[in-house]
Design a protein around this ligand. Sequence first.
Ligand SMILES: Nc1nc2c(ncn2[C@@H]2O[C@H](COP(=O)(O)OP(=O)(O)OP(=O)(O)O)[C@@H](O)[C@H]2O)c(=O)[nH]1
Ligand SMILES: [Mg+2]
Length: 429
Amino acid sequence: MPREIIDLSPPQERAILVGAPLKRGTAKLLVQEHLEELGRLADTAGALVVGTLTQQVERPDSATYIGSGKLEELKALIAERGATVVIFDDELTPAQGKNLEGALAKRVIDRAELILDIFAIRARSAEAKMQVELAQLEYSLPRLTKLWSHLEKFRGGIGVRGPGETQLETDRRLVGHRIRLLKERLSEVTRSREVQRKQRRSQFRAALVGYTNAGKSSILKGMSAANDIFVEDRLFATLDPLTREVSLGGGRGGEVLLTDTVGFIRKLPHDLVASFRATLEETREADLLLHVIDASHPTWEEQRLVVDDVLVELGVHDTPVVHVFNKTDRLTLGEEQALSERMGNLLPGSVFVSAVQPGGLESLRAALLEARRASRPVREVRMSPGDGKRLSELHRSAEVLGQRVDDASGELVVRVRAASELLARLGLG
Ligand SMILES: Nc1nc2c(ncn2[C@@H]2O[C@H](COP(=O)(O)OP(=O)(O)OP(=O)(O)O)[C@@H](O)[C@H]2O)c(=O)[nH]1
Ligand SMILES: [Mg+2]
């Protein structure tokens, strides 16, 4: 007799997406694209999208974000599609979230909350888990009353009094306590990471940054020929930074360190950016940023600006950037030519690659080799032969290509490829 299969997985959430951009903003032009991306986020979080609703608002209603007519429409749509959750593309205030939940009798979340959810589901390392929890707590702090109204519903029952102000205060204190604890633990992790980083200080470092799903991990995989790198056609496949040594060819010392990082997205919650700061420290210390762009994406230009904004928020806007247009295999030859001509003026130095085509990363290799040469010029420095301290520092932190004694002066002449800052620090610049 066939055994009965019991499905223990929780029922899938059925989501309705709401996009309500401001009439005077530019987001209204891209509302469909933004909802499509929100749909991908919902899918990544495990929900099924059963409907969408849009409205252009003059300014958000302070109580319910959308107007009362739209709210009725939303109610009807929820009933018709059997929705279990409503997801707003725009940021809701704690009060709006609470009011909407009251009016719709369904869970209501916004884009930021959805992104936090996804990070929570996908975090693997202890560090990423702590960072996500910290961001979630920071996000929930001003919304604690809302959480409580949930719990009240669960408790149900007539005559059960809601938590008074005292309970709320206790909660705030507990959350505050946990936040402090997480911050302390995270700063310990940061310290040990710093030690690791110092050990690799001498090498040229490039960091892959960019919009989620642009192909950062695929590029690291292609460049390092590693097969343990996780690539997936979902948003936020990567949360933890991963650094690999990549050989560029071109002889001895042709290696650079390449770091893969978490992707960015529109309206990335500030709490998340703040708590991932430690992870993104790798980005901050890089000699070069490789800004990876999905050239085949219809809104790549907007994505590029989003990434630029986050980089400014992280304080890394002074690091040199090479724009890497990826997925060119999805463009026609004509499209690729037109793009490269346009970028020749707009973003000189851009490279055009495909992470999945054989040989598709050669132009990036060349650009890296060039950037490395430029930032680590070969120089001859002179010192006294007895200056063991500086000589050993050069061997440790730079690449010594040769050394000889100058017959005339008796000085030691060292040919070295080194960062100018290092030579300056040693008084050899
Ligand atoms: N056609 C094509 N697909 C690519 C290329 N590069 C990456 N992809 C695909 O794009 C999807 C995302 O690639 P990832 O390398 O995971 O992207 P990522 O930037 O690391 O994404 P996150 O870690 O989510 O931020 C995967 O399905 C890849 O196979 C490319 O050059 N051409
Ligand atoms: Mg990735």
